[in-house]
Design a protein. Structure first.
Length: 125
């Protein structure tokens, strides 16, 4: 796989994690499947995001975090993922930005695996 920061070990782990395409129907749900999305705490009047849920495959999460770490620190050539993570880091801090980048890499890898296409950098939202 050619996504930034993703090496052969992370790629093999993602293939092993998402071996069945129907396990996760939408690519946006891949982060939740791996436990990289925040928990929701709802009360009568208060609704807030908490910490990440830490559900899912721990090795896959570690590999994705390392891929995000490599992409965050090594891709200094103006990649859009790096710029997006830098903007998130200014708002929330570098650790949360790397977890958000790991979730974005997970959704990208899942979409690449389902469609069979290579990574193509497009404008980030």
């Amino acid at each position: 796989m050619t996504a930034p920061g993703v090496g052969p070990i992370t790629a093999m782990e993602m293939v092993a994690t998402f071996d069945d395409a129907d396990r996760v129907r939408r690519s946006l749900s891949a982060g939740a499947y791996l436990g990289l999305t925040p928990k929701r705490y709802d009360s009568e009047e208060v609704s807030r995001n908490g910490r990440i849920s830490k559900r899912g495959d721990r090795l896959a999460c570690k590999c994705l975090y390392e891929a995000a770490n490599a992409s965050y620190y090594r891709n200094l050539d103006g990649s859009r993922l790096r710029d997006w993570a830098g903007a998130v880091a200014e708002r929330t801090g570098p650790r949360k930005a790397k977890v958000a980048l790991a979730r974005k890499i997970a959704t990208t890898l899942h979409a690449m695996g389902r469609s069979g296409t290579l990574f193509k950098e497009v404008a980030m939202a």
